[in-house]
Design a protein around this ligand. Structure first.
Ligand code: FAD
Length: 460
């Protein structure tokens, strides 16, 4: 029976979603010799390339020049007041995204993957329906991989919520708003608050919780809050959004605490939901969890034998490197010659605020909650550049170390290039390095990074 079913299929693998996870899985499966097809309803590259990591980082880079121009005067340059052209930035960003999208499509073609520009849905455990421009077409596959990602959440219970933008909209605004309210306390909210402020907007950050970036180390959270306020972002915590009204072209936000806020635009960054709607999953019996994410095991298998899922749609770790790893592991396990399971622990991450956050491993609070007795090493200082440049912000670098074994449990940084540094520091953490291992390394002087190997005395 099994081989009969196999012979009747158009493909060995059909991938739904041409983003980080889907593209990697499709390419690798094809390289292992499978007959592979992929459907994408929007643009090749998915969220990360088109409306996530890449365009966001370009805007972050753009937003940081202003501070550099200001700092330059401390180094003998005459004061410059640069003019900034938002449309020119959007156009440059678009050129880069088009280039990247082309690379994604070309790489799929080079691997021999059949591409369909279509929305896809599941009809049964082996049939995918494609909604092509020229009409509907059903194709059959031995295995189906769902890699449809996530979508920005909109709380439909809030009156006027349709007046708000979501992150998808922010990269193509006709003009930069003079005043904007950012709603949310997660990484997308704080990143946009900072980059918009850096580009010259008046920013109000509203969050119904009592802290920003809840799961991050408290020293990172406190330091970031201070930095946001120092750069003129009005942060209002424990403040929920009740309604949005349009008034004379502006947006008025009614809040559950304090005065209403009037702005030109509202950015809703209150989380993302797995993109499972309209895929036919319920009818097929694919199990979803309470958040609507597809339930998978360590090998990305769903509750239906021929159906698999990777990336944001599974809600495991909604970041590009996780989606890519999961796609690669799926393809190697199902079409290669080895079983691979992805280890999501110890994932280093960055938050591209200004100042930037880099973090890996356990926060101090998590380490204590898990019963570790810990020693904390921490440095707070002003970098050399800012001594002349005038920026009063201090860098924070922190190690969480297990007492006794001296094993590194976590590393956390708030400051320039924190993302770059934490990527490298994740290597010794993954290898199980100890504090004495760091101490044994000679410093590179004068750098910020040398602090990681010169933290001498625990502060707690
Ligand atoms: P996606 O990349 O979302 O791809 C899914 C694709 O499926 C989409 O292209 C969609 O059009 C397509 N699709 C959906 N339904 C269908 C259907 N029925 N038929 C056909 N196609 C369909 N991660 C980081 O690691 N670092 C960052 O700095 C970072 N910044 C981010 C900033 C923002 C503003 C956002 C929104 C996300 C950011 N992320 C970041 C997260 C990252 O983009 C995602 O984790 C990653 O893109 C997930 O990959 P994926 O393959 O699961 O899904």
């Amino acid at each position: 029976m099994g081989s009969d079913v196999r012979q009747r299929q158009d493909y060995d693998l059909f991938v739904i979603g041409g983003g980080s996870g889907g593209v990697r899985a499709a390419r690798i499966a094809a390289q292992h010799g499978a007959r592979v097809a992929i459907a994408e309803s929007s643009r090749w590259g998915g969220t990360c390339v088109i409306r996530g990591c890449v365009p966001k980082k370009l805007l972050v880079i753009a937003s940081r020049f202003r501070e550099s121009f200001a700092a330059a005067t401390g180094f003998g340059y005459e004061k410059v007041t640069p003019s900034f052209d938002w449309r020119a930035l959007v156009a440059a960003k678009d050129r880069e995204l088009t280039r990247l999208e082309g690379l994604y499509a070309a790489n799929l073609d080079a691997a021999g993957v059949q591409r369909y520009a279509a929305r896809a849905e599941l009809i049964d455990a082996h049939t995918v329906r494609l909604h092509l421009d020229e009409g509907v077409r059903d194709v059959r596959a031995n295995r189906i991989l769902i890699a449809t990602g996530g979508r920005p959440r909109r709380d439909a219970r809030i009156p006027g919520i349709e007046l708000a933008r979501v992150s998808d909209d922010m990269f193509d605004l006709e003009t930069l708003p003079r005043r904007i309210a950012v709603i949310g306390g997660g990484y997308i909210a704080v990143e946009f608050a900072c980059l918009l402020r850096g580009l010259g907007c008046e920013v109000t950050l509203l969050h119904r919780g009592d802290v920003l970036l809840r799961r991050f180390d408290a020293d990172l959270r406190d330091g970031l809050l201070e930095a946001l306020q120092a750069q003129g972002i009005a942060v209002r915590l424990q403040t929920g959004l009740r309604a949005i009204r349009a008034e004379d072209g502006a947006r008025v936000l009614d809040l559950d605490r304090g005065n209403a806020v009037t702005v030109d635009e509202v950015l809703l960054a209150t989380g993302r939901d797995p993109a499972t709607a309209g895929l036919g999953l319920e009818a097929l019996g694919v199990q979803l969890d309470g958040d609507g994410a597809i339930v998978v095991d360590a090998r990305s298998r769903t509750s239906v034998a021929s159906v698999y899922a990777v990336g944001d749609v599974t809600g495991r770790l909604p970041l590009t490197p996780a989606a890519i790893r999961e796609g690669q592991a799926f393809a190697d396990s199902e079409f290669g010659d080895r079983i691979v399971e992805v280890d999501h622990a110890l994932a280093p991450t960055a938050v591209f605020t200004t100042p930037e956050i880099g973090t890996v491993g356990l926060s101090e609070a998590e380490a204590r909650e898990r019963g570790h007795t810990v020693q904390i090493y921490r440095a707070r200082f002003r970098p050399l550049r800012d001594m002349l440049g005038g920026n009063p912000q201090r860098v924070m670098m922190k190690l969480v170390v297990e007492q006794g074994s001296e094993r590194l449990l976590g590393a956390h940084m708030l400051g320039p290039e924190a993302g770059e540094m934490i990527q490298l520091l994740a290597v010794p953490l993954q290898m199980g390095a100890t504090k004495p291992d760091l101490d044994a390394v000679l410093a590179v002087h004068p750098t910020l990074a040398e602090e990681w190997v010169t933290l001498r005395k625990p502060v707690a």
